[in-house]
Design a protein around this ligand. Structure first.
Ligand code: SAM
Length: 222
């Protein structure tokens, strides 16, 4: 349960030197304290997306948020091994065990993030469990708070009904607008949505269809 993992009481209590020791040397004045986490992979699973994004955006700090303890530990080990095998690389990615449905505001200040990822989230098919879905009108309010204007939320699933649900939630929210086809084609991150994660690779191996919704955080119309 939630009592088994520590939760920072505010974004300024997130210990960056633990997550990114090469960027934030403990008790050193070389720390670039203005540097903040910009990408969040929600329900990151085994971490494939973070690893792909790490070298694509080497200057950007990113974090995976994962509820399962063992999976989080696996991702930690995976990142450490990559850092050892590739000196100087993979210093910008990390993972934390947390319940993203409860604690996003504990990790990120208003407007801090430029990208949020929700790749192959759990579908929660039954109507009474829809409130457990990681995309909902209520949670989109929180994500809109954490994302800066112009920030992008990426969602993908192989469950058609969930894909329609996520799209409908985003479409009806006043602080999000869909990216155009042209913008989707120009964004190098979009192709990773279906190929970089372990779940995406499984769906691709099985020849499954995927349903994508990619939206930009906007200023709400007056
Ligand atoms: N995004 C990964 C991928 O594409 O391979 C993992 C997809 S997996 C189907 C969904 C993941 O979300 C699981 O690892 C699960 O533990 C995690 N998860 C579910 N609810 C969560 C929550 N409230 N907070 C954080 N992670 C959660």
């Amino acid at each position: 349960s939630d009592s088994h993992f520590p939760v920072p009481i505010s974004p300024s209590h997130v210990d960056y030197s633990l997550h990114y020791p090469h960027v934030f040397l403990p008790s050193s004045d070389q720390n670039d304290s203005s540097k903040k986490i910009q990408f969040a992979d929600i329900g990151c699973g085994f971490g494939g997306l973070l690893i792909s994004l790490s070298t694509l955006f080497p200057e950007t700090l990113m974090i995976g948020m994962e509820l399962r303890d063992k999976v989080t530990e696996y991702v930690k080990e995976r990142i450490l091994a990559l850092r050892v095998a590739n000196p100087g690389q993979y210093q910008n990615i990390s993972v934390t065990r947390t319940n993203s449905m409860k604690y996003i505001p504990n990790y990120f200040e208003k407007g801090q993030l430029s990208k949020m990822f929700f790749l192959f989230p759990d579908p929660h098919f039954k109507e009474k469990n829809h409130r457990r879905r990681v995309i909902s009108t209520h949670l989109l309010d929180e994500y809109a708070y954490a994302l800066g204007v112009g920030g992008i939320i990426y969602t993908i699933t192989d469950v058609e009904e969930l894909g329609e649900w996520m799209k409908a939630c985003l479409e009806s929210h006043p602080m999000f607008e869909a990216l155009t086809e042209k913008e989707l084609e120009a964004d190098p991150v979009v192709e990773l949505l279906s190929s970089a994660t372990e779940e995406g690779q499984k769906v691709a191996r099985n020849g499954g269809q995927t349903f994508r919704a990619v939206y930009r955080r906007i200023m709400p119309p007056l």
